[in-house]
Write a protein that binds this ligand. Structure first.
Ligand SMILES: [Zn+2]
Length: 272
């Protein structure tokens, strides 16, 4: 299994990259917004491994996430069994099943976004608390996955502080679209996880429910010679550090003046 920290770094990069893109398209974004979206992306990118009992996401909140993991494993194995073709290999555990597909990622995003929207339809306060709970969960996942490694308690406290800051930032800029915004970031983070698993020797069912070579759960990924073993040298020494650098660069882009500095450096190198 690819380590949570590697997935979280990919998710953070995806969140920060999307914020950059939104900024380029004229949306209001700044460093604070980018960090909140990056943090949510990092948490979302470890959620699909809830289908494995030993994953960071499954072990993060004691019996709550352990119970969720059990339910998701059963659902995943059930979906696999009932949609597999004769050419598909067997998958009794449910790992790298439905949560690692496009429709699965959309369903996870819709579940959390929908929960906030439905709570908000009952009362404004219920909507607020639902959004705060979702942000807290994903920030907790991000903190549990990314270094430095702290105790559960310390991560819960840090997540609580960051959640209230994050909520305030999102509410200030995107009050009317929070369920859609959070749901979309979560769905994208989940699919980024599936793509990340596709880099490894096992592959990921990225095109489900469509079939390829007769397999509905065809493990998509890089050409075989480029795939690396999950949790080993290439991941720890190359993929993970590069993913972290990418996230930092994408975040640094929001610091006022950095864009101008880079432009000047390029101009100088070009001899102007
Ligand atoms: Zn996975």
């Amino acid at each position: 299994m690819v380590m949570g920290r590697c997935h979280a770094a990919h998710g953070a990069s995806a969140g920060l990259g999307l914020t950059n893109l939104a900024g380029a398209c004229g949306a209001h974004v700044d460093l604070a917004v980018a960090l909140v979206i990056g943090g949510l992306g990092a948490g979302a990118a470890i959620a699909p491994d809830l289908d494995h009992e030993g994953a960071t996401a499954s072990r993060s909140l004691g019996p709550i996430t352990a119970g969720a993991s059990l339910g998701i494993r059963k659902l995943s194995a059930f979906t696999y069994r009932h949609t597999q073709t004769k050419a598909d290999r067997s998958n009794k555990s449910g790992h790298r099943g439905i949560t690692h597909t496009g429709p699965g990622a959309v369903a996870i995003g819709a579940f959390f976004g929908g929960t906030i929207a439905i709570a908000g339809a009952f009362s404004h306060a219920a909507g607020t608390w639902a959004a705060v709970a979702v942000i807290w969960l994903f920030f907790t996942w991000a903190l549990r996955a990314l270094p430095p490694n702290h105790s559960h308690k310390r991560d819960y406290i840090t997540a609580t502080v960051l959640t209230f800051a994050g909520w305030w930032i999102l509410r200030t800029h995107y009050a009317g679209i929070i369920p859609v915004l959070l749901g979309s970031v979560i769905a994208i983070g989940c699919y980024v996880h599936a793509i990340g698993d596709g880099l490894t020797d096992y592959g990921s069912p990225l095109i489900w429910p469509f079939t390829w070579k007769g397999q509905r759960w065809y493990p998509c990924g890089m050409p075989r010679f480029l795939r690396f073993k999950a949790g080993k040298k290439v991941e720890n020494r190359l993929v993970y550090p590069l993913s972290l650098v990418l996230a930092v660069v994408l975040a640094a882009w929001f610091i006022p003046g950095v864009g101008l500095l880079v432009e000047r450096a390029i101009d100088r190198m070009a001899g102007h």
